[in-house]
Design a binder for this molecule. Sequence first.
Ligand code: AMP
Length: 186
Amino acid sequence: MRLILVGPPGAGKGTQAVHLAEHYQIPHISTGDIFRANLQNGTALGLKAKSYMDKGELVPDSLTNEMVKDRLAKDDAKSGFLLDGFPRNVSQAEVLNAMLAESGVLLDAALELSLDNEEIVKRLSIRGRDDDREEIIRRRLEVYSEQTAPIISFYRDANLLVTIAATGEISDITAAAIAALSKKLS
Ligand code: AMP
């Protein structure tokens, strides 16, 4: 299974990614987690990424794409992966296509977790991560609708999009995702 997860900040991508990666026995690759780990370890990449993350902006593609390429080249990602937080814009989606084409593999699906704006703001304001302050939340939502949301049409046009509602119990959302994915792939 080669899967990407798309959805606004606060849709629960990270939580669902953990459950889905476990279900499909594939590595969960979160670009946000990799940036945060780099920051914690004080790497140059981490320091560069921080200035963008703190503002709610996307880290430049030049840093992000290389990092993903390295991660996907590792052995555990050879037979499948779940990408969480990448691609984040159409250009990254095109780069991902090219990376996969180079390895002669295809994406199976793009899973969209959909959530309305009111619910997003409510959830983010109680999460309390460093980049969850109100003005940053607002910027991250703008960045999502301006830069990330267009990848939904990109994957719809490629006939890879599977959309589920990201509301309700965590386990019910996971079950709905698995059901929708198996229907799509059958
Ligand atoms: P996340 O944990 O996915 O919410 O990501 C946290 C932050 O990391 C984002 O707000 C961006 O600043 C940065 N980030 C994560 N993934 C990407 C990506 N694919 N492209 C650019 N920036 C990213």
